[in-house]
Design a protein around this ligand. Sequence first.
Ligand SMILES: *[C@@H]1O[C@H](CO)[C@@H](O)[C@H](O)[C@H]1NC(C)=O
Ligand SMILES: *[C@@H]1O[C@H](CO)[C@@H](O)[C@H](O)[C@H]1NC(C)=O
Ligand SMILES: *[C@@H]1O[C@H](CO)[C@@H](O)[C@H](O)[C@H]1NC(C)=O
Length: 212
Amino acid sequence: MRFITNSQHSVSFPKRRRSLLHFQPLSLSLSDSFMAFLKLYSLYIIFFFFTVALSVSTSESLSSSSLDVELLLGKIKASLQGNAENLLLSSWNLSVPLCQWRGLKWVFSGGSPLSCCDLSSQQWANVSLYKDSSLHLLSLQLPSANLSGSLPRELGEFSMLQSLYLNINSLQGTVPPELGYSSSLSDIDLGDNLFSGALAPSIWNLCDKYYM
Ligand SMILES: *[C@@H]1O[C@H](CO)[C@@H](O)[C@H](O)[C@H]1NC(C)=O
Ligand SMILES: *[C@@H]1O[C@H](CO)[C@@H](O)[C@H](O)[C@H]1NC(C)=O
Ligand SMILES: *[C@@H]1O[C@H](CO)[C@@H](O)[C@H](O)[C@H]1NC(C)=O
């Protein structure tokens, strides 16, 4: 299986008291409603802090690293490496600067590529670069990398991934149909692997793009 195409390119009113109770001392009913107010007020405070805590924690988890980095470490790495520890994939580690992760190229949201070529550049050794939420995966190229796992469907979730070269490996299982739903993929080579099963029709979407 081999696809090669060109790469150009988410207060209430108190209930009316029964007549018997009309003769309660005024202070009691005052303190009653004061207590009710206090309860309401403390509920409101609790709710307020809950909301604030929630929004702080979500914005923190979203800005603490690039979403593509989370996807790579959370789903892609384990699936591609299968049961055996892989030398190249072990470089995908938060204690290794992003530029030194093997087989990957990155682009900023605006479209400018992350330059990792210059070993003396600040980027090359920057261990907090992975936190940059504007970084997106542009290409994943690990041919002949001794990969023995399978293709995870999350490969279709990278918003800017253009090329995927995983040829000449021992990848097994099926080619996930989700790859065909990717809006950015244009360059794929999955040849010389151990895939089984029929190719999902969605994969041909990628070819349509080539003709468009
Ligand atoms: C990342 O690298 C560090 C240091 O080499 C190592 O201790 C750690 O186990 C690695 N983490 C993963 C998930 O491989
Ligand atoms: C490393 O990368 C982070 C995230 O992009 C950036 O804020 C920081 O300034 C960089 N540090 C250096 C030394 O370039
Ligand atoms: C390739 O992976 C296998 C396990 O799947 C391992 O035994 C072998 O040493 C690896 N070869 C290289 C060159 O890393």
